[in-house]
Design a protein around this ligand. Structure first.
Ligand code: GLN
Length: 537
């Protein structure tokens, strides 16, 4: 029978629940426990796919094509769980399902209400997570938002009921809160945590573990005791979570304080001591990197650090694989449309990345940056939109197709090198309708991609509507295009990854390699890109 750990957040948002949940997952897995992970998000969007990544952070894509919250990226990077459509549920998704059932007449005669219908739907989604896999011992379920928010109430009420449904020893509640340091008083303050726990208890939930985010400070024994006393939690279950870098060291800090032991005891589970040696040595290597390599990510100006979370993390992993720290700098592409010379601005970087994106803004500048990378022999990695602009650049400057473009940016362009995927024609709804999730890609041996992966069949994840237009294939190959991987699709092959001939390292993929990179398994394209950049630097 599956046991459940619910992770809630208190005092402020961005308190690190996702990484804490992922860290606990790592610790339990290291002890041989089979886990599943899930995030419940209180917003009304059915999924985050329609939200602006510059506000909400990256949209993470699973193998089965779910567009999910970026915390799921942490879950996959920290643990071995396989996430799916079932792993991220939002208020919008819950209401959507309940309203559809109501329309079908499934509640005939009844008034449909938050309690019990919405809460029942939430509970059934939690059960569905593990329904097909009896071996899962612990499901770790993070609740987005902050306790006290109006939005998260139905979720918390559902959890209160769930605990009684499955029996109290089957569940435990971990509350992650902020314990701020007040300069004038010279100490950490526990009162906000006390209030937050009171708000949780008002709803009928008593936390069993409190993880205190304390900034750069450590919780002193008397503060620990105070929180324990006021919040009715055992002393040892008050965990001090000071800021730690890299984030991959957080599971080790949690281990030192026995978080896994406490949780196992609360759930009445026994497991042998875990083996974290591989993880520890990875963290150690990550902390001891001396070499540095500078890479420019050319794109729209990025204010939100989380907008390209998986790309940032993939570079961290690739750096460790190459024994160096990757300094990734975001370079605004629009400046190249306003007179700035790519050769001037980008000279100091050993590699250039053009990442995913939507919409016209900054695209012409990206194309100029690609031209510089191609002509100057600077290692280049393109991802999704990055591959599309690389193709446009090559078409314009090597295949004499001066008006080449993507129909996304110029629907009437003379040479649509990039055009809408055939199955996208006629699609009007924006939510969940892109080409999403993992697809098979067959690599050509002897290409940069073939060498990087060391195999000929790979599966990588997608999120796009446009593709390379095969009408131009021959002309482009003559101009120096190397198609290094394709997806067989009925009567034709989709270009999934391309290179340019006679270049030290130039790869651009229609898929998103960043989603499958983990610190223990750095992604091959990122790894070889950083390697090529190092060789230049
Ligand atoms: N806008 C492009 C498309 O839809 C690229 C998408 C992306 O970079 N994720 O095909």
């Amino acid at each position: 029978m599956t046991k459940y750990v619910f992770v809630t957040g208190g005092v402020v948002s961005s308190v690190g629940k996702g990484i804490l949940a992922a860290s606990l997952g790592r610790l339990l897995e290291s002890r041989g426990i089979r886990i599943a992970m899930m995030k419940l998000d209180p917003y009304i969007n059915v999924d985050p796919g329609t939200m602006n990544p510059f506000e909400h952070g990256e949209v993470f894509v699973t193998d089965d094509g779910a567009e999910t919250d970026l915390d799921l990226g942490h879950y996959e990077r920290f643990t071995n769980t396989n996430l799916s459509q079932k792993s991220n549920v939002t208020t919008g998704g819950i209401y959507n399902a309940v309203i559809q059932k109501e329309r079908r007449g499934e509640y005939l005669g009844k008034t449909v209400q938050v309690i019990p219908h919405i809460t029942d739907e939430i509970k059934s989604r939690i059960r569905m997570l593990t329904a097909e896999d009896e071996d899962i011992q612990v499901a770790i379920i993070e609740i987005g938002g902050t306790v006290g928010d109006i939005e998260s109430l139905p979720f918390l009420e559902a959890l209160r009921q769930f605990r009684l449904d499955v029996g109290p020893p089957q569940c435990c509640f971990v509350h992650v809160t902020l314990v701020p340091y007040i300069e004038a008083a010279g100490e950490l303050k526990t009162k906000p945590t006390q209030h937050s726990v009171r708000a949780l208890r008002d709803i009928g939930i008593q936390p069993n573990v409190i993880v205190c985010r304390t900034g750069p400070h450590r919780l002193a024994p008397e503060q620990r005791r105070k929180i324990a006393l006021f919040c009715d939690v055992m002393d040892e279950a008050i965990i001090s979570a000071e800021d730690i870098s890299p984030i991959y060291a957080i599971p080790l800090n949690m281990k030192r304080q026995g978080l896994d032991d406490i949780v196992l005891r609360l759930l009445n589970l026994e497991a042998p001591e875990g083996d974290l040696s591989e993880w520890e040595s990875m963290v150690q290597r990550m902390g001891a990197l001396e070499k540095r390599v500078k890479i420019a990510a050319v794109g729209k100006y990025v204010e939100h650090d989380d907008a390209y979370k998986s790309i940032n993390e993939a570079f961290t992993h690739a750096g460790v694989a190459n024994g160096c720290k990757v300094d990734l700098t975001w370079v605004d592409s629009e400046q190249f449309e306003n007179g700035a010379e790519p050769a001037e601005v980008l000279r100091e970087y050993a590699g250039i990345l053009v990442g995913p994106g939507f919409g016209t803004r900054g695209v012409e500048g990206k194309i100029r940056a690609v031209r510089y990378a191609r002509e100057a022999g600077v290692p280049f990695l393109g991802i999704c939109l990055g591959m599309q602009v690389a193709c446009i650049e090559l078409a314009r400057n090597r295949a004499a197709l001066a008006n080449a473009n993507s129909t996304e940016f110029d629907p009437e362009c003379a040479d649509p090198i990039i055009s809408l995927l055939s199955e996208q024609r006629g699609i009007k709804d924006m939510g969940g309708t892109m080409r999403l999730g993992a697809y098979r890609c067959e690599l050509k041996e002897g290409t940069k991609a073939g060498t990087a992966y060391g195999k000929t069949v790979i599966h990588e994840r997608h999120r796009h509507r446009y593709e390379f237009n095969n009408r131009y294939l021959e002309q482009m190959v003559n101009a120096g295009l190397v198609v290094s991987g394709t997806h067989p699709k009925g009567d034709h092959e989709l270009v999934e990854i391309m290179e340019v001939k006679d270049h030290p390292w130039f790869c651009a993929s229609q898929f998103h390699p960043e989603f499958k990179s983990t610190p223990l398994k750095p992604q091959p394209l990122f790894r070889d890109f950083v390697k090529a950049a190092l060789a230049q630097g």
